[in-house]
Design a binder for this molecule. Structure first.
Ligand code: 13P
Length: 248
């Protein structure tokens, strides 16, 4: 099991503000735990230039499942590899809800990312409705199983998993450490069943959804929570670094 904290900038930033943020992350020196930032596509070159030879990795927030071709507006795995991305977020709930990313397409993206040498950060999570209906486990199992079925157990085992309850994203309403731990333990159990116990133990499972410096240590203190996927708080260097420090 490995620790990791990843910032998901979403559609925020600009050259000047990014420069200050990336500079502050670089200046933090040796990170207490591995960290990365997933930036908007146009800023990958800036992130690379600012973070190269530092302890901070970088990546993208989505990728096409296609290798190349007439897909206006899409960005391929090879293009991300050209900018030395280590990670790519796949299946974020905003992509699933707003841009039609189905379980099948997410699985195809995972497959493409791995084939191109990138580490997918596979997001799963239930909506508030689904939680209230008591189908949280069924939903995250379906999302995970689609990757196993369509990309294979080896592909699933090669992903970083991020559990992000949709109702906790950007709402200030965090899952309690116990709620999050229960889903994380369930996910690890399914990975053990499908991919083997050793690989389940080695899988990094991040929590995302209103993680802040104030609640990070409690969340990361849970047995199956290996770090976080951080939205809003990753835009403020001091907050992001405090969250990274809480993951040790
Ligand atoms: P917030 O941390 O802003 O709630 O966003 C979480 C998220 O969606 C990270 O991918």
């Amino acid at each position: 099991m490995r620790k990791l904290v990843v910032g998901n900038w979403k559609m925020h930033g600009g050259l000047a503000v990014n420069g200050a943020l990336l500079g502050a992350l670089r200046a933090a020196g040796h990170a207490p735990c591995p960290m990365a930032v997933c930036v908007p596509f146009p800023y990958l070159a800036q992130a690379r230039a600012a973070l190269e030879d530092s302890t901070v990795a970088w990546g993208a927030q989505d990728v096409s499942e296609h290798a190349s071709g007439a897909y206006t507006g899409e960005v391929s795995v090879a293009m991300l590899a050209d900018f030395a991305c280590r990670y790519v977020i796949v299946g974020h709930s905003e992509r699933r809800a707003l841009f039609g990313d189905s379980d099948e397409r997410v699985a195809a993206k995972v497959k493409a990312a791995l084939a191109g040498g990138l580490k997918p950060i596979l997001c799963v999570g239930e909506t508030l409705d689904e939680r209230e209906q008591g189908v949280t486990e069924a939903v995250v199992e379906r999302q995970l199983a689609a990757v196993c079925r369509l990309a294979g157990a080896d592909a699933l085992a090669a992903c970083v998993i991020a559990y992000e309850p949709v109702w906790a994203i950007g709402t200030g309403r965090t899952a309690t450490p116990e709620q999050a731990q229960a889903v994380h333990a369930f996910l690890r159990g399914r990975i053990a069943q499908w991919c083997g116990a050793d690989r389940a133990v080695a899988t990094t499972i991040l929590y995302g959804g209103s993680v802040k410096p104030q609640n990070a240590a409690d969340l990361f203190g849970q047995a199956d929570i290996d770090g976080g996927l951080i939205g809003g708080a990753s835009l403020v260097a001091e907050d992001f670094l405090a969250i990274v420090a809480a993951a040790v």
